[in-house]
Design a protein around this ligand. Sequence first.
Ligand SMILES: *Cc1c(COP(=O)(O)O)cnc(C)c1O
Length: 417
Amino acid sequence: MSGFERRGGELTLDGVSLAQVAQRFGTPCYVYSRSMIEAAFRQFDTGLAGVDHLVCYAVKANSNLAILDALGRLGAGFDIVSGGELARVLAAGQSAGRVIFSGVGKSEAEIRGALAARIKCFNVESEPELERLDALAAEAGVRAPVSLRINPDVDARTHPYISTGLAGNKFGIPHAHALAVYRRAASMANIRVAGIGCHIGSQILETSPMDEALERVLDLVDALALEGIGLEHLDLGGGFGIRYRDETPPDIGAHCARLAARLKGRGFQVMLEPGRAIVGPAGALLTRVEYLKLDKEKRFAVVDASMSELIRPALYESWHDIVAVGPDQGRAAGRYDVVGPVCESSDVLGFDRDLAVAAGDLLAILSAGAYGMVMASNYNSRPRPCEVLVDAGRAIEVRAREGVDSLFALEKRLPPR
Ligand SMILES: *Cc1c(COP(=O)(O)O)cnc(C)c1O
């Protein structure tokens, strides 16, 4: 299913030469495959075909308008975590009626904006948030559709920084308090109880914690039904892992089909919020080797990408495959730390990589479609890179490289004394 393929020794994406993409748009540069993104979405969508469902793409994984547009055309909903993401979804021509709003810290302005846009549902993460939402909905003269995000207290067995479903975590409402909070929600004049949800973490490689979370949530659904609180939808979150190195990701189609079978006939819409699994494998960061720095102790390949463009290795110690774009030229391989120009020792994109490279060569950092560009910063005053979408044999620039002037366009010098 991967569109990354060697042709004549040269790395291509859906038949498009990545060397030519780099030549045309410069480096560093993110490049994505539309067909891979669509195929990944369809695995969820087709897997759930047996039940009423809505696959809400987690916008924070990669929020480029072209990607939102492509997914929207397939019928995706959108899981957002900020007013900025809502603005992006709307700017991509998508309907607010397919937007759900997650996150622990929704501000008054963000809630007002989402109420005005008439989003599908607020995934509420605390009682104070519920009170704020009720008050703001009253002000706006509407009833706010609400789903409570339950913290089911199951261990997703993933990296602690991206685990979100354990007791003591900042996310969600503890399972033990859920019934009480639902009773309150049901009694509020400007709240409409619409659903229930959970999201237990990210880069999850085993589906058993997800199954466990589902059963914990279904217990609550049954308890709520006994109290006459009915629900329209059940949202099982995202978190599906992908292969970065040698992981075996879950079979999405099979998992979704099992979900559909488990939930068939219960009468609610089934929702998922996948991000990484839809865009992660479909993207690469192209970078050029500036120097080979050969010290006694260590050999470094200094490249023109850095933690400013891709922070995951520095932030989570995550591994991304790094491969040469060009054909094998029979050079001797050396073992390099692939490092960027940023002034931090943690600015390492990959430790101990065996590469047969020379200065000027192009490298591709793989599985970089999720949590890559969205986490890019201007640290060290580096303009953010461009993004290119490969679509039916064409390479389309879907975000231009930032200019140096935009780095300080919002800043001011001191007024005269
Ligand atoms: C981040 C997030 C997701 C998406 O997680 P992935 O691991 O990218 O699938 C889904 N739902 C919520 C609430 C999130 O915070």
